[in-house]
Write a protein that binds this ligand. Structure first.
Ligand SMILES: [Zn+2]
Length: 209
């Protein structure tokens, strides 16, 4: 799980972005490394960096607001709530991966956040086509529930559950967008090669014995 050279694009500013769904990337901010679980969002400064890296802080205005919250107790309280939400989200994702439905209480929680922190949608030109862009009104730290709840709703309602999976070799979760639906690892660079090398060495050992 340590970044290796050549993994540009998977790691942004120390965070892993391999999940194809922003809410799963958020879930992956607490990976378990060789020496135990690692909290990648230990403080408000780290959260600020993650919100920028993930694209949720998608305007200069919002990034400016984030900077002004660095020493705010309100932002620290928001982070604590967000971390607790992340663990309830983990439970929901583990349930989906095992073929069952997320808990009713979790769906109610996401619904409450969607109602309390609504997003607006606008259309923007990107290349030759139009894309839908979500916007939200950020005045206080808790307003960041808007993109988080949107991303959670996207996972629960618009993402094929059979393609939500955990890496076979580590704790990273992802949405498999491969053509065949046969993705097994968080990343070829991080776990895929590790497994392939281990399998190769095992075969070689077996041949020699
Ligand atoms: Zn992995």
């Amino acid at each position: 799980m340590r970044p290796l050279p050549g993994e540009r694009g998977e790691w942004i500013d120390g965070f892993l972005f391999v999940a194809n769904r922003p809410i799963l990337d958020f879930l992956n901010t607490r990976p378990i490394l060789a020496d135990g679980p690692k909290e990648l969002l230990p403080d408000v400064a780290a959260l600020e960096r993650w919100l920028i890296a993930s694209g949720m802080a998608n305007s200069a205005g919002i990034r400016g607001l984030l900077r002004s919250w660095r020493n705010s107790a309100e932002a620290a309280a928001f982070l604590r709530e967000l971390i607790a939400f992340r663990e309830r989200l983990r439970d929901a994702v583990l349930r989906i991966e095992s073929g069952s439905a997320p808990a009713e209480s979790f769906i109610r929680e996401v619904n409450a956040k969607l109602l309390q922190y609504p997003s607006q949608t606008s259309l923007r030109r990107q290349g030759g086509r139009l894309v839908r862009e979500k916007m939200f009104n950020a005045r206080r730290p808790a307003d960041f529930w808007a993109p988080i709840a949107e991303a959670a709703a996207d996972l629960l309602a618009d993402t094929d559950p059979s393609r939500i999976r955990k890496c076979e070799s580590c704790v990273v979760h992802f949405f498999d967008t491969s053509k065949k639906g046969s993705r097994r690892w968080c990343s070829m660079n991080i776990c895929g090669n590790k497994i392939k090398v281990a399998a190769y060495q095992r075969r070689k050992r077996d041949q020699q014995s």
